[in-house]
Design a protein around this ligand. Structure first.
Ligand SMILES: [Zn+2]
Ligand SMILES: [Zn+2]
Length: 450
């Protein structure tokens, strides 16, 4: 599997003399497999040069697959400049996450409306197909792809790509789920954190968000990015072979990225992981375990689950007024309904009557402990951790007992204060996981639920 970086910068293109070594273009990574499958990870401004290279290459694949992590501008702004989209000899499949809002096709077409762009998506000369993705897995020819929701103020998918016996994980725009993890401690892991660790495990190359350092982090909680220390710890514990630090912040010049890499190497402390800063133009060949290669099937064979978005989505809130206001706004922004419970009895009654997809309960609510309420709620609404998802809202100072929460049937924790954009993304993914049948990993050995 060959990997080439065309854009490594986060947030906004940052060309100039200070960024010549690592590059100023926003995310775009090309992947080619031995059987000739072409995958493009994100379509930031780096896609412009990639497009020209594909057009100039006599035997370039004529069929490409663009996997979009999310539709923040830095990850899609290069799409209208990807030359082969305007060449009838090419064929493209474009994939991206869909929440409760517009389809990936509609969102991408939105940035090419007349007000923003002289050309529209209707002018692509290539044959283009769009695919809305959920968390799950699908195949493109002999390439196996798994998707996983990352933690960001927007619905983001990470991609795990397995081909030629090698594994590449592309996980950018992700913030550790808990501040303790972000600060480099080793707290007990929540269901989501364990799932994330499994998602990156044993990758031959992990391309990971490393926009901040632990020192910066407190100023940027909720921005949806990782300190480099977290990326290092994740790679080390997951026995990753190579770690590419990615999504360099727009304020980070080349020397500053060098310093990040040095910090990462020191933290690796001889763990054997090869860490480097992703740089524009860098090419990497991944060799996994030798495999008997399946015959080449370059045509897409998409098996992503069809998206069935629940239309009458109810979120039940048993929280303090401030987080309740923020959560209600987040739910309504995506077309859902929120209901407020006044006390524990109302919570149980409303849960039984309305079958909510998410229930958010304050750590201490109306004289009750959330875990105790969660145990009682599970008797009524069932034991499936995603249907409904039960979320405990706690302040950053309150004790968070992950293991006790799992035993009580808690799906996840949400720390107050949070930004509404962040709550909106979390609300979407909890409801989507319920709709697509997500099942969390079992607890580490020795621990059982209930
Ligand atoms: Zn980004
Ligand atoms: Zn983003």
């Amino acid at each position: 599997m060959q990997v080439r970086f065309w854009g490594t910068r986060g947030s906004i293109p940052k060309p100039g003399p200070q960024t010549v070594r690592y590059g100023g273009n926003t995310p775009c990574v090309e992947v080619r497999t031995g059987s000739g499958v072409l995958i493009v990870l994100d379509c930031g401004s780096g896609a412009h040069a990639l497009g020209h290279a594909l057009l100039a290459e006599p035997n370039a694949p004529r069929h490409g697959h663009v996997l979009i992590t999310h539709t923040h501008w830095d990850h899609i702004q290069g799409l209208p400049f990807l030359g082969p989209l305007f060449d009838a000899r090419f064929e493209w499949d474009i994939y991206g996450p869909r929440g409760f809002g517009p389809s990936i096709r509609e969102t991408l077409a939105g940035q090419m409306q007349y007000s923003y762009s002289p050309i529209t998506a209707g002018q692509f000369a290539a044959k283009v197909r769009y695919h809305d993705l959920l968390e799950g897995s699908f195949e493109i020819g002999d390439v196996r792809i798994r998707t996983y929701y990352l933690n960001h103020p927007g619905l983001v998918l990470g991609y795990r790509i397995e081909a030629d016996g090698a594994t590449l994980v592309y996980a950018t725009d992700h913030e550790p789920h808990s501040p303790a993890l972000a600060r480099g401690d080793q707290p007990p892991l929540s269901a989501d954190e364990r799932q994330y660790a499994a998602f990156v495990e044993a990758a031959d190359l992990l391309i990971h968000d490393a926009q901040f350092t632990v020192e910066d982090y407190d100023r940027y909680i909720g921005w949806g990015h990782s300190p480099v220390e977290f990326a290092v710890d994740l790679a080390t514990s997951g026995r990753v072979r190579q770690l590419a630090l990615f999504h360099h912040g727009p304020m980070r010049d080349d020397d500053s990225v060098d310093a990040l890499v040095e910090l990462a190497r020191q933290r690796m402390n001889g763990s054997g992981v090869d860490v480097f800063g992703a740089a524009e133009g860098m090419q990497i060949e991944l060799h996994g375990a030798p495999v008997v290669r399946a015959p080449a099937r370059v045509a897409a064979n998409v098996e992503a689950r069809p998206l069935s978005v629940p239309t009458d989505r109810v979120v039940l809130l048993a929280t303090d007024p401030q987080p309740a206001r923020s959560l209600a706004a987040a739910v309504q922004a995506d077309g859902g309904r929120s209901l407020d419970a006044a006390d524990a009895d109302a919570l149980l009654r409303l849960a039984a009557r309305h079958k909510p997809s998410v229930v958010a309960v304050q750590r201490q609510f109306a004289g009750h402990d959330a875990l105790e309420l969660c145990r009682t709620l599970r008797e009524t609404v069932g034991q499936d951790l995603t249907d409904p998802a039960i979320i405990v809202v706690a302040s950053r100072e309150q004790e968070i007992d992950i293991a006790a929460g799992v035993h009580a049937g808690v799906t996840d924790w949400l720390l107050w204060p949070f930004k509404e954009t962040y709550a909106r993304a979390r609300m979407q993914l909890w409801a989507l996981r319920g709709a697509c049948g997500w099942s969390p990993l079992p607890l580490p050995s020795g621990e059982t639920r209930r």
